[in-house]
Design a protein around this ligand. Structure first.
Ligand code: NDP
Length: 250
């Protein structure tokens, strides 16, 4: 499969799942813009076909300017991967508006602005792919994480609606829904779950692993390979779908 000459943009492309996706797309021949808030993180992984662009997905102007700068440097975006996200849990009765807005702004507003800015050119192009990184929490409720669950359900709703809106064009809109993946998000959550539940970090990690149907954490590249397939010619008729990457049925 080749993506030679295609411009891909991956939000949160400097770390974890986003970086694995960016590398997989670059290995397939794409020129990949990787975005995030921390320039030093992006610069540390930049290289041939991986191009850093500082962009805060919670800031509409930053997204507009970031996508415009990427387009000016590498041409219209043909592969758009809204991946940037934060995963923090809190019971709803302890959720204040700032917490709720922070989760929504990053996980949902950020995807909305990123896709919209990429769509301006995609609608005129002959080919385009959008693959959002949702979560198993986009398909079922995740205990103790109502805001995160709502944001990831919202992302799937967005992708499904877009797959209807642009039917008949050579554009597809899909989502991947991973279970727990071995990234910094899991590392950070182990500490916070341990503190909230009053258990050791080993016990908290074991609880997260036990929720994965095959009883292990998923590797970031397992998610990346599914995204790569959704960007390739073999999946042209797959549109408005959510691919679970969780070792079993959610
Ligand atoms: P990471 O924390 O490694 O990645 C999150 C990325 O998002 C970082 O690169 C971060 O960069 C970026 N990001 C966060 N906030 C912003 C912002 N305001 N503007 C721009 N970029 C931002 O974790 P993962 O790789 O695990 O997470 C990637 C996605 O996968 C998330 O959407 C997450 O919800 C989802 N996911 C993760 C799972 C897991 O178990 N790990 C399971 C299911 C889904 P920076 O901080 O520099 O801005």
């Amino acid at each position: 499969m080749t993506l030679d000459g295609k411009h891909a943009l991956v939000t949160g492309g400097g770390t974890g799942i986003g970086l694995a996706i960016a590398r997989a797309l670059a290995n397939a021949g794409a020129e990949v813009t990787i975005t995030g808030r921390r320039a030093e993180v992006l610069d540390a992984v930049a290289g041939p076909r991986l191009h850093p662009q500082v962009m805060d997905v919670t800031d509409e102007a930053s997204v507009t300017q970031g996508v415009a700068a990427a387009v000016a440097a590498r041409g219209p975006v043909q592969v758009c991967i809204p991946n940037a996200g934060i995963a923090e849990g809190r019971a709803l009765h302890k959720t204040d508006t700032d917490f709720w807005r922070r989760i929504m702004a990053t996980n949902l507003d950020g995807a909305f602005w990123t896709i919209r800015e990429c769509l301006h050119d995609m609608r005129r192009a002959e080919w385009g792919r959008v693959v959002a990184v949702s979560s198993i929490a986009g398909l079922r409720g995740l205990k103790g994480a109502s805001a995160y669950t709502a944001s990831k359900h919202g992302l799937i709703g967005l992708v499904r609606a877009l797959s209807e809106d642009y039917l008949g064009m050579a554009l597809t809109f899909n989502a991947v829904c991973p279970g727990y993946v071995d990234t910094e998000i899991v590392t950070r959550n182990v500490a916070s779950i341990a503190a909230r539940a009053g258990v050791t970090e080993d016990a908290a990690r074991a609880t997260m692993i036990a929720t994965n149907r095959h009883n292990r954490l998923i590797a970031p590249d397992e998610v990346a390979q599914a995204v790569l397939w959704l960007c390739g010619p073999g999946s042209s008729s797959v549109n408005g779908q959510c691919i679970e990457i969780a070792g079993g049925q959610v």
